[in-house]
Write a protein that binds this ligand. Structure first.
Ligand SMILES: C[S@@+](CC[C@H](N)C(=O)[O-])C[C@H]1O[C@@H](n2cnc3c(N)ncnc32)[C@H](O)[C@@H]1O
Length: 292
């Protein structure tokens, strides 16, 4: 189902700049699980060898935290290539999984899964409404795109509150929401970091805002009860390193698909994310909250 597929607005175009690189390229970068977020590696496991297991382990843990197994209806905000939607409905007995994305190529990829229990909507979270509330919801490394860094701090908190209100309104009372999101620490800058953040902000993910944890907790207060907040910084850093390794191993193919400029952009941004997480400039929080 498509609702905003052909609407051209700057925020939508900024997302499509990154997420409408071809599915063949993303398959090469992300491997068969097509997850574009942190994974759970175990001690001693190989970066690329265990990539799929690490991602599936993460998904299964998220399903458990959300109490989503066997439920009727689940929402995934920023659903990527539909891996969570597919796992919910094929492994965890969920009847209906609804995914939101702004990427038309992701929608096409999910259609190719040919899973009648999945509904994909090319729709921003801001436009999503339902009169049939969800039992549980997820948002996995997508929130980083939802609020513009051009907004002043108070307006950002308001926008995050709009987001939590939206998810809360779509959930049944008591329904759990599991969120994975990068957050920023207030650490001293240096010139390299400033250059790299400028590249992220101006070129790759225009105006994206990596929030501070307090912006999120403040915005969710009174709407949700906090169940658990865990910093899983390494889960995302390791995933970035794994994708870089996969890309290096098949660089020529990637360049043939998308050209040198796109491949170099991805190499740069993935290395920036990896080192900023490793240096503890960014975090990756797993936040489990329950609708009041
Ligand atoms: C880093 S990907 C994560 C995808 C998936 N959750 C995963 O873990 O593989 C971010 C996703 O957020 C989606 N997205 C970005 N802005 C959005 C918005 N305003 N509304 C809905 N989805 C959005 C993108 O289309 C993309 O699918």
């Amino acid at each position: 189902m498509t609702t905003v597929a052909d609407r051209s607005v700057p925020e939508v175009d900024a997302i499509r700049h990154h997420y409408e690189v071809s599915n063949d390229f993303y398959r090469l970068l992300l491997g068969p699980t097509m997850m574009y977020s942190g994974g759970y590696w175990e001690e001693g496991e190989g970066l690329t060898e265990a990539l799929d297991e690490a991602q599936e382990r993460k998904l299964d843990r998220f399903v458990e935290l959300a109490g989503a197994a066997g439920s009727r209806r689940v929402l995934d905000v920023g659903c990527g290539w539909g891996t969570m939607l597919n796992r919910l409905t094929t492994v965890h007995g969920v009847e209906q999984a609804v995914g939101l994305t702004l990427s038309r190529t992701q929608e096409a990829f999910i259609a190719g899964l040919d899973n009648p229990r999945i509904t994909t909507r090319v729709e921003s979270w801001e436009d999503h409404t339902t009169d049939d509330p969800y039992d549980a919801a997820f948002c996995i490394n997508a929130l980083e795109h939802f609020v513009s860094s051009t907004l002043p701090p108070r307006e950002r908190t308001k926008k995050y509150r709009v987001f939590f209100n939206k998810v809360g309104a779509a959930l049944k009372p008591g329904g759990r929401f599991v969120l994975h999101t990068m957050t920023a620490e207030a650490l001293p800058m240096n010139r390299q970091l400033l250059d790299d953040l400028k590249f992220l902000q101006r070129s790759e993910f225009e105006n994206c805002h990596i929030p501070h944890l307090h912006e999120l907790t403040q915005a969710a207060e009174g709407l949700f009860d906090v169940v658990e907040i865990v910093n899983e910084r390494e889960s995302f850093a390791v995933a970035c390193r794994a994708w870089l390794k996969l890309l290096a191993a098949r660089r020529d193919e990637a360049v043939a698909l998308e050209g040198e400029e796109v491949v170099a952009r991805f190499e740069r941004y993935l290395d920036i994310f990896a080192y900023t997480l490793e240096d503890k400039f960014f975090n990756n929080f797993r936040v489990t909250i329950a609708r009041r």
